[in-house]
Design a protein around this ligand. Structure first.
Ligand code: 5GP
Length: 117
């Protein structure tokens, strides 16, 4: 039986999900249960279970996640200050993490509330 996370299977093309962005270090695809009109998950190709478990050797990968978010936002036309987007990373149970493969949620397309629930 495969121990791969669901996100690893998507990255490895074992589960079909159109990629909205891909580079050497990260891939991005739409969330299956969107919480906003735009809800994209940006995922490192290397399995890092959660952000607090990343190490110094992951610096480039962590940077790539945020740079990818900017590129995706630019492509979607939501990078201007009068539109915008929110990035969310959930680490652990209290934060609501459900998939143990680091991912950045990119949410946009509606007025987002603050503070988050
Ligand atoms: P977390 O709660 O761990 O921060 O976020 C996990 C996210 O992954 C959730 O928003 C959930 O909807 C999404 N998700 C879970 N399984 C799948 C899947 O098979 N495909 C896609 N595209 N998203 C998934």
């Amino acid at each position: 039986m495969s121990d791969k996370t669901i996100f690893q299977k998507i990255i490895d093309r074992e589960i079909p999900a159109p990629l909205v962005y891909e580079d050497e270090l990260v891939a991005a695809f739409n969330d299956i249960q969107p919480q906003a009109p735009t809800h994209i998950l940006i995922v490192p190709k290397k399995l890092i279970p959660r952000v607090g478990e990343a190490g110094a050797e992951d610096q480039a990968t962590l940077g790539a996640l945020l740079l990818a978010a900017g590129k995706i936002a630019d492509k979607l036309g939501i990078k201007s200050r009068d539109k915008g987007f929110r990035l969310v990373i959930n680490h652990g149970r209290d934060a609501g993490e459900s998939v143990p493969h680091l991912h950045v949620h990119l949410l946009a397309g509606r007025q987002l509330e603050w503070p988050p629930g």
